[in-house]
Design a protein around this ligand. Structure first.
Ligand SMILES: Nc1ncnc2c1ncn2[C@@H]1O[C@H](COP(=O)(O)OP(=O)(O)OP(=O)(O)O)[C@@H](O)[C@H]1O
Length: 252
């Protein structure tokens, strides 16, 4: 069953068409990857889905609702969350505080001054934070200052923060960028485990082909903003257009 669908999604920056009439679907429960050479439009596509960028044309539907014009904050509340690279961590706060703030913000939107509501909601926030820290293997570090975590753990905290809003769809933009081979392997295991444990749907942008071919159910390939292939890893690997696009670049 389709959870996310874009139809003719287009984003222009002046004369440059960064995303060019992209139509694709993400089914509930699948790991869907977006790949493509540098500048293909992957991040722009993701940013149009989260509401960080306003598309020039086309639509984004989530759970049969048109979310094309929603702000990033409203998009989170519909059930879509994006794991940002370390930028969303408050380094002077503990791991727990970071995750609880994200859970609170997701629940209440811009902070409301409804004291009773906040009090009654707080044990739920604690529980959600515990669950998400546990999911990413950071429960033991709950009281550690986030800024002192090793890089790989900071990236896991990013994922916990993204999960704190209890999304149905998790967007990941290059989750293994800058990681050591060991951290990369751990992150791939984590993504697979999260999907199983939390029943998540995942849309992932990643440069590392080995990772993509291991974890993706279906792959969308972009080149210069356009879809040049869409299918299973095997189908995409055999596509001539994909091989051409990558010629001289990444080998599939
Ligand atoms: N805010 C912006 N203003 C102008 N042009 C932009 C903007 N953001 C992206 N672009 C351009 O749009 C095109 C697509 O960029 P985008 O970052 O989406 O590609 P990408 O596939 O994510 O690339 P990479 O793999 O290098 O991160 C590029 O030509 C880029 O220079």
């Amino acid at each position: 069953m389709t959870l996310l669908r874009t139809d003719g999604l287009t984003k222009q920056f002046g004369g440059l068409v960064a995303v060019d009439e992209v139509s694709f679907e993400v089914d509930r429960g699948e790991t869907r990857a977006v790949i493509g050479p540098n500048g293909a439009g992957k991040s722009t596509l993701i940013n149009c889905i989260t509401g960080a960028l306003e598309p020039t044309a086309g639509t984004v539907e989530f759970d049969d609702t048109d979310i094309t014009t929603l702000s990033p904050h409203e998009t989170v509340q519909t059930g879509i969350s994006k794991s940002f690279q370390t930028a969303s961590i408050f380094p002077g706060m503990t791991v727990r505080e970071n995750v609880e703030i994200a859970a609170l913000a997701a629940e209440h939107g811009s902070f409301e001054f409804n004291f009773l509501k906040r009090l009654s909601g707080f044990s739920a926030v604690h529980e959600t934070a515990d669950e998400m820290m546990n999911s990413v293997g950071l429960l033991g570090d709950a009281d550690v200052e986030a800024g002192s975590l090793p890089y790989g753990d900071k990236r896991r905290l990013e994922i916990a923060i993204a999960l704190a809003s209890e999304p149905e769809l998790l967007l990941m933009d290059e989750p293994t960028a800058g990681m050591s081979p060991d951290e990369t392997a751990d992150t791939v295991d984590l993504v697979e485990q999260l999907q199983e444990d939390l029943g998540l749907t995942i849309l992932i942008v990643e440069h590392d082909m080995e990772i993509i071919f291991r974890i993706a159910d279906r792959i969308l390939v972009l080149n210069r903003g356009q879809v040049i292939a869409d299918g299973t890893p095997e189908e995409v690997q055999q596509s001539e257009r994909v091989q051409e696009a990558y010629l001289g670049g990444v080998e599939l």
